[in-house]
Design a protein around this ligand. Structure first.
Ligand SMILES: [Zn+2]
Length: 223
């Protein structure tokens, strides 16, 4: 509708139209402000959302490293029992045991030489005859050139240094010779044990005992 059609004078109409224009301008400004506020609100909301999301994410990230630490602490006690050293110690024990078993193995084999005629003698003239007169420095030496010792030395038709075990008597080393006639009479199976006095030799008398040879063992004193 025209201003003039409403029966108003032109001066009034100019005022009215100016007022209308102002109102429209105001409306337009209000709309523009609304739009700006809306955009600002959206942007603000978006930013706030990002900040909020980041805050949640960071707090979640902080909570995550706390979780692995208990798992590390839980795994630590599993290491503490240390069952492996026990297995190693048993392995060492089992490794030592065969070594202990190996040690007695070098023990020489005992070879039975059969039954021997065992007699006894000392360094006196009755026992040794002419040999008793030849004792330089009073030292009693056997045919092997080694000083005879009671409990160690014996005479036999066997290689010097042979280690013999006379059943029930003990271990002796061949360091002297019996007379060949005497040995031949008894088929070579004679042993004469050395004593440091004649009475002890007499007391021993004559015995028939089984004799064993320590295989591969010879006394170092005798060559
Ligand atoms: Zn004697």
């Amino acid at each position: 509708m025209n201003c003039l059609e409403n029966g108003r004078n032109p001066a009034e109409c100019v005022l009215v139209t100016d007022a209308r224009k102002r109102r429209e301008a105001m409306k337009n400004r209000f709309h523009d402000l609304n739009r700006q506020f809306l955009i600002f609100g959206i942007v603000l909301g978006f930013l706030f959302g990002i900040i909020l999301c980041r805050g949640i994410w960071e707090s979640a990230a902080k909570a995550q490293p706390e979780a692995p630490t208990p798992t590390v602490q839980a795994s630590a006690p599993y290491v503490m029992p240390v069952p492996i050293p026990e297995a190693e110690s048993t392995a060492i024990v089992t490794a030592i045991q065969p070594v202990e078993i190996i040690e007695p193995e070098p023990e020489p084999a005992m070879i039975s030489l059969g039954t021997y005629r065992i007699t006894a003698y000392c360094s006196c003239e009755k026992c040794c005859g002419e040999w008793a007169k030849n004792r330089p420095g009073g030292i009693v030496k056997g045919a092997a050139g080694v000083e005879l010792k009671a409990g160690v030395s014996c005479a036999a038709p066997l290689p010097f240094g042979t280690v013999l075990i006379i059943d029930g008597i003990g271990e002796y080393v061949v360091q002297d010779r019996t007379s060949t006639d005497y040995a031949e009479k008894n088929g070579g199976k004679v042993i004469d044990i050395y004593f440091d006095n004649h009475e002890a030799a007499l007391d021993f008398g004559v015995k028939y005992l089984e004799v064993f040879e320590k295989e591969g063992v010879t006394n170092d004193q005798v060559q």
